[in-house]
Design a protein around this ligand. Structure first.
Ligand SMILES: *Cc1c(COP(=O)(O)O)cnc(C)c1O
Length: 351
């Protein structure tokens, strides 16, 4: 099979080992002679999968026993609504840095009052606002660590006296962070952690005391936690495959993952900045390491460049419709070799 360089934004590239293990489990799960998707989620084999899948994120992020994690369904988008359902009692503060943050604000607005502490909408979300003030009388502050569509990323997080929540869907486990700054972290699996169909939520246990509203069971974090992420049937395949990715991350080590990610983005941004035909779309200091957005200075050449990429087995680099141009996603599983392949096409590009 020829090597395909997969720059898709999500669902996205996964470590081949994780996919191989998942194929095996689909055929014969833990020696049961049955497929992973045809056995009870309450059997001991799957319970162990779930337990390990819940443990590893905390280990990788260096979080202690004051945190717990659960695997839910409904995507990161359901978290936009679940968070305010559980924690918005009077007012919530949001950092508005893109489409996903805007969706989160919209959902919260249905349940209470929202305050946008800062927004980068004035420049098509091409930067991360800085020096904003977070209201201390808000129930929580919500931010998006990486803006998958616009190619910007928070390279530092604010000091925050109220609970801080973060949508890390597209850069979780991509770099070393101080995760203990956050009271809640969530991520749809399909960007950097696994297949679509499950969402990881990490919570500081003490935050649960703040819940006052009556909440439908499926939307209540306390219910999912008390049932160890098995209140209802979990997305067994997505959790299994995510566990394989988590093991790969742990074996590789977050330091090595971060240093490879640093190298990958350096190679690509360097080419964008030095190539006369291309330019980046995000403000340099806020550029994302995960989603690199760029355009051809002359749009006319787009089709030709896309064709050359195709010939070089490069897929998934078409930009999101709201930004245009190109977006190369450099998630953890993407190898440096693939970035080099893209850079070579750019370097040889003659319109
Ligand atoms: C993709 C993405 C989402 C939406 O995720 P779903 O799982 O499709 O709901 C939310 N936030 C960010 C930052 C994303 O990249």
């Amino acid at each position: 099979m020829k090597k395909i360089h997969n720059f898709s934004a999500g669902p996205a590239i996964l470590p081949s080992q994780a996919i191989q293990n998942s194929i095996e489990a689909l055929k014969n799960f833990e020696g049961t002679g049955l497929s992973l998707i045809e056995v009870s989620h309450r059997g001991k084999e799957f319970v162990e999968v779930m337990n390990n899948a819940r443990k590893l994120p905390l280990e990788i992020l260096g979080l202690g026993s004051d945190y717990e994690s659960i695997f839910l369904q409904g995507g990161a988008s359901l978290q936009f609504c679940m968070i305010p359902f559980n924690f918005l009692n009077s007012k919530a503060s949001y950092l508005k840095t893109g489409v996903w943050a805007s969706n989160a604000i919209k959902e919260a607005g249905l349940l209470g009052s929202t305050q946008v502490v800062a927004s980068s909408e004035d420049k098509n979300f091409s930067y991360i606002p800085k020096n904003y003030k977070i209201n201390e009388d808000s129930d929580y502050f919500h931010c998006t660590s990486n803006n998958t569509i616009y190619g910007t990323q928070m390279h530092s997080f604010p000091e925050c006296k109220i609970p801080m929540f973060c949508d890390m869907s597209s850069d979780i486990f991509s770099r070393k962070i101080d995760a203990s700054k956050f009271d809640l972290i969530y991520a749809g699996a399909q960007k950097n952690m696994g297949p679509a169909g499950t969402t990881l939520v990490i919570l500081k246990k003490s935050i649960l005391e703040k819940i006052t509203r009556k909440i439908p069971s499926m939307l209540d974090y306390r219910v999912h936690l008390s049932k160890e992420s098995m209140y209802n049937t979990p997305s067994v395949f997505a959790v299994y495959c995510s566990l394989q990715v988590l093991k790969w991350i742990k074996d590789k080590g977050i330091e090595k993952i971060e240093s490879d990610n640093r190298t990958k983005q350096q190679i690509l941004y360097n080419e964008i900045d030095n190539n006369e035909f291309f330019e980046g779309t995000a403000m340099v200091e806020d550029r994302s390491w995960m989603n690199v957005t760029f355009v051809l200075k002359n749009e006319k050449h787009t089709e030709k460049f896309m064709q050359l990429c195709k010939e070089a087995n490069i897929v998934g680099i078409k930009g999101h419709r709201s930004v245009g141009g190109f977006r190369a996603s450099l998630y953890n599983a993407l190898e440096i070799e693939s970035v080099n392949a893209l850079v070579e096409v750019m370097r040889n590009f003659k319109p």
